[in-house]
Design a protein. Structure first.
Length: 734
């Protein structure tokens, strides 16, 4: 049994060694996205679930925003259970480690399904989990999770094409649904593209007509129905976000594969490394990283020495060419043409992420190469010539080290390439006789690349109180803070999340980031609300509102921020230092307030009215709704206020009537009740909420109860029941 599953031990050792500070010292991943997005979102979701509440709404960022509909929160992903069992920061790191192992296991079974022997399949699995696309992205757990499921989706698509039947279609649909629930729609879409290309290719070479396409579409429909509880709220969020019309072309083409970076497929640190001597290439290190390893590259090339499975290998060779062509993005006419003419493609940025398909294909072809060498070893003379070439590379690298003006990253990459080449030649020699020794050499090569790349830190970074949070938390009043766009960018990308270097993994240094309270690090304290937002999906009107704030003169901008309940402005104390100061906003307005004058503004003209120098924050701007004026009563007041995630209850009294304004984002799913009866919910100031009240004392309740979630939940449960009943019937009667 141990011998049969030897490959799984290799897959387990890789994340254990790569993330050894987590397993031996308890340190956790934190840099970049984990501390600013994933930890805040998921810890809030767990906290709400612990209170018996659905994690529907996030009141702490962006003047309120959807939480469950935020796809990357991923509360319905089966492995979200880790966050219910462990502290969020440890669950996040373990999630990444486990999915590396899972990626290897799924790749192993995929390779077996393509006809490879166990040793070759094991090599393909290790090549997949050790590739640069995955290893350089461990700080982005949803990408790691989605990447792990791709080989299983491909395998089940392959089986569906080989033998179309209901069980195969259902299995594929279930796995596609699970991959979607993992939380990264872009890589999910690229996986569907891969499956669709396989179906088209199989239909063409086996002349099965459109039948296979019908089976595949049935699986996709089943997947969407099973995942409807997440799919429909996320689709609603996307259609109400700034991306509803697609990303502008210039932004979508950001992070195209830099052509020179193709050299890094074999020499990953040619242009430096942010964890070592600094990165100095285009954009950032990881977006166009697709390091394969020298042994994988050689085996992929050697796969074509054998005539077996020529069509399959040709498919993956074409896929490599296509993925690189698409990843080049703005550097060729292909991607810009597709961006303009294929619906949905404009929702995504970073064309270099098509390198996912390259990494998958290289791993598969390396498995075929290992199979070929295992059946027919390379001649000794060929191995000697390859060894001489590798030794020549080492001599050249050593000479390069003594030449003046050569960048250190060039020298280091040349030396690394030479030693990796020597190891690859030894592995090729051992492969027919000692395949698992070859696998060990590949694991060593891939670990040497990824070792120490991701900084880890003590979990205290997520639990230690900050001076700013203690000061603000003691005030006992609802208010928000805000960081103007240029300052927010400076804090994030010039001070802390630099692309050229990661910074020291020390608690004191990174607590300064916590002190800045930039979104969503403010959520870690859970007592501070930030009007800013750091999220791929942002409510569209709110995004436009904040863009207007950053364009306006400071005095006018502060008036608009007052509408958002912003009491303090956070800004750097100096251009270079990591110290921050907090300036009070003289136009601060309460989270919930009474107003007496209103004007109706036609749809589409609200931002113009807000930007007018004559704008008065005390006058409620209503979007396309009738407006009235009321005399202010001497005893008008807010008598009681309960403010929670998605539920705001207010008791107020007005002598003559007026408007109750809630500084919370207007979004589908919000409802308002006045004295227990539904009332019209008004959109105020383009993006906030209000309700018109008559004279008297009132109980007002704003509640977030989105129909998209209810419909999605009903569809998911009904589909799950149908699939369960159908499979039980098939098991009993067939």
């Amino acid at each position: 049994m141990v011998r049969q599953f030897k490959a799984f031990f290799f897959f387990a050792f890789f994340p254990l060694l790569l993330l050894w500070p987590f397993f031996l010292q308890g340190k956790v991943i934190f840099w970049g996205i984990p501390i600013a997005q994933f930890y805040p979102w998921r810890s809030l979701a767990v906290a709400l679930l612990g209170q018996g509440m659905l994690p529907l709404w996030n009141p702490h960022a962006g003047s309120g925003s959807p939480l469950l509909a935020n796809h990357q929160t991923a509360p319905f992903y089966p492995l979200f259970v880790l966050y219910l069992l462990f502290p969020a920061e440890k669950a996040l790191t373990f999630e990444v480690a486990f999915h590396l192992w899972l990626a290897g296991a799924f790749m192993y079974f995929c390779a077996l399904g393509l006809g490879l022997r166990k040793e070759a399949a094991a090599l393909a699995g290790l090549a997949y989990i050790g590739n640069g696309f995955l290893v350089s992205r461990l700080h982005f757990p949803t990408m790691v999770d989605a990447t792990a499921w791709l080989p299983l989706v491909f395998l089940l698509t392959w089986r569906l094409c080989s033998r179309p039947r209901p069980e195969a279609a259902i299995a594929l649909g279930v796995v596609i649904a699970v991959q979607f629930l993992a939380g990264h729609v872009q890589l999910w879409s690229y996986t569907l593209l891969l499956s669709a290309l396989l179906v088209i290719w199989k239909s063409a070479i086996e002349r099965k007509g459109i039948g296979l396409g019908g089976w595949f579409l049935a699986s996709l429909a089943l997947a969407i129905l099973l995942a409807a509880v997440q799919f429909i709220p996320t689709a609603e969020f996307a259609l109400n976000s700034g991306r509803k019309g697609g990303i502008p072309e210039e932004l979508a083409l950001t992070y195209s594969l830099w052509p020179w970076k193709i050299l890094s497929f074999l020499m990953p640190d040619l242009f430096g490394n942010p964890a070592r001597d600094g990165y100095w290439g285009y954009a950032n290190y990881w977006e166009d990283c697709a390091y394969t390893g020298v042994l994988v590259f050689l085996l992929a090339a050697l796969a074509f020495l054998r005539p077996q499975a020529k069509r399959v290998k040709a498919f993956f060779l074409c896929l490599i060419a296509l993925s690189i062509a698409l990843a080049l993005g703005k550097n060729t006419p292909l991607f810009p043409f597709l961006y303009r003419h294929i619906p949905g493609l404009s929702f995504f940025r970073a064309p270099a992420r098509f390198l996912l398909l390259f990494s998958f294909s290289m791993a598969v072809l390396a498995g075929f190469g290992a199979e070929a060498i295992g059946e027919k070893p390379l001649p000794p003379a060929t191995l000697r010539r390859m060894g001489a070439g590798a030794a020549g590379l080492l001599v050249a690298a050593l000479v390069l080290a003594f030449l003046p003006g050569i960048k250190p990253s060039f020298v280091r990459s040349a030396v690394t390439l030479a030693f990796a080449s020597i190891g690859a030649v030894i592995a090729l020699d051992l492969l027919p006789r000692r395949p698992y020794l070859s696998l060990l050499l590949l694991e060593a090569e891939l670990l040497a690349y990824g070792w120490g790349f991701h900084p880890l830190i003590a979990p205290a970074i997520f639990h230690s109180p900050t001076q700013s949070s203690k000061a603000f938390g003691a005030q006992g009043e609802l208010f928000r803070i805000y960081t103007f766009g240029p300052d927010d960018y400076h804090i994030k990308y010039d001070l802390f999340f630099r692309f050229d270097r990661f910074g020291p993994p020390t608690l004191d240094y990174w607590m300064k980031l916590r002190e800045s309270l930039i979104p969503q690090t403010n959520m870690i304290a859970r007592t501070i609300d930030h009007a800013g937002v750091f999220d791929p999906l942002t409510i569209g009107r709110y995004e436009e509102f904040l863009a207007l704030v950053d364009r306006l003169p400071r005095e006018q901008a502060l008036k608009l921020l007052g509408l958002l309940n912003v009491r303090y402005i956070v800004e750097p104390a100096s251009p270079e230092g990591a110290e921050f100061r907090f300036r009070e906003n003289p136009y601060f307005l309460p989270r919930v307030r009474l107003a007496y004058r209103a004007v109706s503004v036609p749809e589409g003209e609200e931002l113009e009215a807000l930007s007018s120098p004559a704008f008065d924050p005390e006058v409620v701007l209503l979007s396309g709704a009738p407006a009235s004026d009321f005399p202010r009563g001497a005893n008008d007041s807010i008598l009681d206020l309960h403010y929670g995630p998605g539920v705001v209850k207010i008791k107020c009294a007005l002598e003559n009537g007026g408007y109750l304004v809630l500084s919370e984002n207007y979004y589908p799913g919000w409802r308002v009740e006045v004295d227990g009866k539904p009332a019209p919910l008004l959109r105020a100031y383009y993006t906030l909420m209000a309700v018109r009240l008559g004279a008297g004392e009132h109980q007002v309740a704003f509640k977030f109860s989105p129909a998209s979630f209810k419909i999605g939940l009903a569809l998911s449960l009904a589909t799950l029941a149908f699939v369960t009943a159908f499979m039980a019937w098939r098991e009993r009667w067939l």
